[in-house]
Design a protein around this ligand. Sequence first.
Ligand SMILES: [Zn+2]
Length: 75
Amino acid sequence: MSRSVMRFVPHTIRHEPEAAVTFEAFCTAPGCDETSGSQEAQDTAQDWCLRHTGRTGHDLFRRVVTDHARVTRDE
Ligand SMILES: [Zn+2]
């Protein structure tokens, strides 16, 4: 029988404010694969939704916001 020793080192994860946050909207209408693309400003993604609804009548969007997180070793 072999034995392994696993040492637990505590870490903390938190939002990294220096890295980009992105916003993207996906149209959920059946058969429509259009998206806003990844945007750095929330307004840009929302404006895309408004224009898409005006052009197509599609009115429901899945929205995705991404951020970056950094893990640091606790002192
Ligand atoms: Zn659509």
